[in-house]
Design a protein around this ligand. Structure first.
Ligand SMILES: Nc1nc2c(c(=O)[nH]1)N[C@H]1C(S)=C(S)[C@@H](COP(=O)(O)O)O[C@H]1N2
Ligand SMILES: [Mo]
Length: 214
């Protein structure tokens, strides 16, 4: 009997059965990867915003944000520099919860996450829905450390970890996909580790991707 199953590579790992995406290795550490200095955001000045293609923008102060319903998340995370870390322990607010607070315009299909300090990263809106993404506030039972994006970071574990914007300040909803910081420097517009979408040249060919092709 052939043992191979066509759907095998597309299937997501189930709890307890962790899997490495192609080209990744497992690490126990939690490496810090930041382009630039770590911004320090006093909590009295912190705010989180949903803006762009919404009927009316939403905005939360730190206290308001912390009053939102929180959940635990234990994802495996995968960095494009090839480390993966299994079973990370977070608490945070699901993007599904946040999206209940805005009415999106029908043409909203993409998102630009923007951070204190100026970092940006783009994602399809569909990749933030259905329990796939959250704003992480606690890591291993403690407030998220500044070097890992505290007070709050986006976490989108099913995509390479550069999509998980540290020190996130808000999300801007857009009709068309636009490159963020790393994407503008040659990294994939989508970044699915299971499809090994590391670089722009790994993406579907478009006019915009032509300059990243050899
Ligand atoms: N604001 C901001 N977010 C960021 C980055 C950054 O430089 N600035 N680096 C990204 C990259 S490339 C990775 S791999 C992860 C690293 O997160 P960590 O430092 O918590 O491991 O954060 C991502 N989010
Ligand atoms: Mo990264």
């Amino acid at each position: 009997m052939p043992f191979v199953n066509k759907g095998f590579h597309a299937r997501r790992p189930t709890d307890g059965a962790h899997k490495l995406p192609p080209g990744q290795y497992e690490t126990q550490d939690f490496p810090v990867l930041t382009a630039g200095p770590t911004p320090r955001i006093p909590l009295v000045n912190w705010e989180f915003r949903l803006e762009g293609l919404v009927e009316s923008p939403a905005k939360w102060t730190w206290n308001e944000f912390n009053a939102l319903p929180m959940q635990s998340f234990n994802p495996d995370i995968h960095c494009v520099t090839k480390w993966s870390k299994f079973n990370t322990k977070w608490r945070g607010v699901s993007l599904d919860t946040l999206l209940e607070h805005v009415q999106l315009k029908p043409e909203a299909k993409f998102v630009m996450a923007f951070s204190y300090g100026g970092y940006t990263t783009n994602l399809p809106l569909a990749d933030l829905r259905d329990g796939k993404a959250f704003i992480g506030l606690e890591y291993e039972g403690k407030p998220l450390a500044p070097e890992h994006g505290g007070p709050a970071r986006l976490v989108v574990p099913h995509l390479y970890f550069w999509k998980s914007a540290k020190w996130v300040q808000g999300l801007r909803f857009m009709a068309d996909d636009e490159p963020g910081f790393w994407e503008d420097n040659g990294y994939s517009m989508h970044g699915d580790p299971w499809k090994e979408e590391r670089y722009r040249a790994d993406d579907e060919p478009t006019l915009d991707n032509a300059r990243f092709r050899l």
